[in-house]
Ligand binder design. Structure first.
Ligand code: MF3
Ligand code: CO
Ligand code: CO
Length: 277
């Protein structure tokens, strides 16, 4: 396997090139991804009506500290928290706050933990108590779209194949795919090449090769795809205030397919499937 990333003295982004990682990188990502997934598992029991997103963020921070990890978002470009907490019509990058969550809300928690220099980036949906059928349906569509994207993440396919698989399915369900935020390469860097659009055309984009490591993190809206950023400079919301959901895995391209680094040790990545167990 071609590798120059692991050989570098400290990770440097090489403009216009997509890093190919060796087994060292995959091992690092496995560990970081697993701890990230454990943090998201841990939060499940705490997502109850009455808790604030700041309290959830604090739990995530303590978890990271207790496990020798660093939350990558802490002081990242002025972001001051360990998680992004995106509620209902918030698309992504919601800032943890003193606002309590309530029965019927749907919450996305996104966390990136750095372990031994490697970044595990994942997010999931958390239903708060009983949620509406339409919220459930949105979550189901979002998870299924990520699965379909992962299914075509293999050598010989392209980044556009991933986007096309996601877009085709989501729009077929009469929901929409957000265009403004994309999946990204990661490893010793938080955000690297390639960009993974969650829409597009089959065959477009970069060819996927063994050793590439990136996230797939579709954001799906029940209404129109358009978003706006609130005056805090971070919070992205749907323009039409329709409900939005997201889920994210970090994956690595292998010889014949891909490896998911952020699978839930408790088997509860998809909260609705977990409920039905
Ligand atoms: N974890 C997010 C992602 O999936 C990035 C959050 S950056 C922040 O790429 F600064 F908003 F936290
Ligand atoms: Co990400
Ligand atoms: Co993320």
């Amino acid at each position: 396997m071609v590798s120059y990333v692991d050989a570098q003295d400290g990770a440097q982004r090489v403009a216009g090139t997509i890093p190919l990682h060796s087994e060292v990188g995959f091992a690092g990502m496995r560990k970081a991804g697993n701890l990230t997934a454990q943090a998201l598992d841990m939060l499940t029991a705490h997502v109850r009506p009455g808790i604030t997103t700041l309290e959830l963020d604090r739990l995530a921070f303590e978890f990271a500290k207790d496990h020798g990890a660093k939350p990558a978002t802490l002081f990242y470009r002025g972001f001051r928290h360990s998680t992004c907490t995106s509620l209902n019509h918030v698309v992504c990058h919601g800032i943890p706050s003193n606002k309590t969550i309530k029965e019927g809300d749907i919450l996305n928690i996104d966390i990136t933990l750095v372990v031994d220099g490697w970044h595990g980036d994942s997010s999931r949906m958390y239903p708060v108590g009983e949620i509406s059928r339409k919220a459930e349906r949105l979550i189901e569509i979002t998870y299924k779209s990520l699965e379909l994207g992962i299914a075509v993440a293999k050598p010989g396919n392209t980044t556009g194949d991933i986007g096309a698989a996601i877009q085709e399915y989501v729009e077929g369900q009469r929901a929409s795919v957000v265009r403004d935020f994309v999946g990204h390469g990661l490893g010793q860097l938080f955000h690297d090449e390639p960009s993974i659009m969650h829409f597009g055309k089959k065959g477009d984009g970069a060819e996927l090769k063994e050793g590439m490591i990136f996230t797939i993190e579709p954001m799906v809206n029940l209404g129109k795809p358009n978003v706006k950023i609130l005056s805090d400079g971070w919070t992205a919301v749907t323009r039409d205030r329709s409900l939005s959901a997201q889920c994210e895995h970090s994956i690595g391209i292998t010889k014949h397919g891909c490896e998911i680094f952020t699978s839930s040790p408790m088997g509860i990545f998809n909260p609705l499937e977990a409920q039905n167990k």
